[in-house]
Write a protein that binds this ligand. Structure first.
Ligand SMILES: [Zn+2]
Length: 393
């Protein structure tokens, strides 16, 4: 998409697994057998699904149909996972009973380990053994997958986040904007909280990014700086917990409590103040973005009827725009919040949780998964917000 800025914005889906060429997908071995009498197929499958369910291979079809000469159909069934050493003696006894009862001739076959994430992958998978394919509910083919209106909206919210990151004067910080896509409103925004010692021990310039990264205080890039660094070395440093995404979540929760107050807890505002106070009395926060947003809701007519039953459940359905890819702590907080989509502009090669180092969005054991997109920002826009030096672009 070519914008008024003279560059090309791109929205690139970041899948839950590193992309591999469709013909080089990971496979696992299974033990399969041909079924000579098709009328026995259902009975055999029922028995097998009781004694040898294919727990991690839900995408793999149990039966393979193949047309052979004369228009006949040959059926093969997966009996179980192949024993690790490839020795059929390792096949579970129950499955051996099925083999013997129906006089089957087992053989080893390969199936794809993970469900296909694209049609191209699925076509390749079916060459080995048929699988099912469920296209994602959102379009993932880059910016062409978004409508023109959607892509413009994504670009404008990312610009908003970039401007926010710039608003901290000469200290570069990460910025987060939580957006309700239904009302197209920013409902919470925040920057990394940078703390200053009240009585600086040195005149050192503000730096948290390690040697060579002057005047950057991007918490998610170095989430463990406080473990590695000698305390008191810098006059300015990132709060170990109050990363932009975390503070934005807190601000969104405060907004919900304010717009949908719970009369059972009259003192919620007092609790809020306690939470917002810095834990360390030695430090002073330069700016409290969570408080800034509070004033924005005075004109908010979309909500504010005070009906507790309509209080949103966390950030369900909302999107978040971040200038830098979040660290594990922030990415996990966004899972807990039930965020719908995460957009970030700059990869985080040292600690990124959504593509650069880890891929939390592909972690099967989690109970919520959001879609992740990188928004590639044109160079001239980065130059304008003075982020090009440290964005890695
Ligand atoms: Zn973080």
């Amino acid at each position: 998409m070519s914008g008024e800025d003279g560059g090309a914005w791109q929205i690139v889906h970041v899948p839950g697994r590193p992309p591999v060429p469709p013909d080089q997908q990971l496979t696992v071995n299974v033990v399969a057998a041909q079924i000579e009498q098709p009328k026995l197929t259902n009975t055999i499958i029922r028995r097998l699904s009781q004694i040898a369910p294919l727990e991690d291979l839900h995408h793999v079809k149990r039966v393979k149909k193949k047309c052979i000469e004369g228009g006949q159909i040959q059926l093969s069934v997966i009996l179980c996972l192949a024993p690790e050493n490839g020795d059929f003696d390792g096949i579970p006894c129950d499955v051996k009973d099925v083999i013997n009862s129906y006089q089957l001739s087992p053989f080893v076959a390969k199936v794809c380990k993970y469900a296909a994430s694209s049609k191209e992958e699925w076509v390749e998978q079916c060459k080995l053994w048929p699988t099912s394919y469920h296209p994602p509910t959102y379009n993932i083919s880059g910016i062409t997958g978004f409508s023109e209106e959607d892509s413009q909206s994504v670009v404008s919210f990312m610009k908003y986040a970039l401007e926010l990151a710039k608003s901290h004067g000469n200290v570069v910080v990460n910025a987060a904007a939580i957006v309700d896509p239904l009302s197209n409103q920013v409902i919470a925004r925040a920057c990394d909280e940078v703390c200053s010692l009240q009585t600086p021990k040195t005149e050192a310039s503000a730096e948290c990014g390690g040697p060579g990264q002057v005047k950057t205080s991007i918490s998610c890039l170095h989430p463990r700086w406080w473990v590695d660094e000698q305390t008191g070395r810098s006059s300015s440093f990132c709060h170990p917990l109050r990363h932009a995404a975390i503070v934005a979540i807190e601000s969104s929760a405060a907004r919900d409590r304010r717009l949908f107050p719970d009369v059972r807890y009259k003192d919620e505002s007092t609790i809020e103040e306690c939470v917002l106070s810095p834990a360390n009395s030695q430090v002073k926060r330069q700016k409290t973005d969570a408080n800034d947003v509070d004033n924005d809701d005075k004109n908010d007519t979309a909500y504010g009827n005070g009906d507790l039953s309509s209080r949103p459940y966390l950030c369900t359905g909302n999107d978040i725009y971040l200038v830098w890819e979040p660290c594990i702590m922030c990415a996990m907080a966004l899972v807990h919040q039930r965020i719908r989509r995460v957009f970030y502009a700059c990869p985080n090669p040292s600690a990124g949780a959504l593509g650069s180092v880890h891929r939390l969005q592909g972690e099967k054991s989690l109970n919520h998964h959001y879609a992740v997109f990188r928004v590639v920002v044109p160079q001239d826009v980065l130059d304008k917000v003075e982020l090009s030096m440290i964005s890695g672009s």
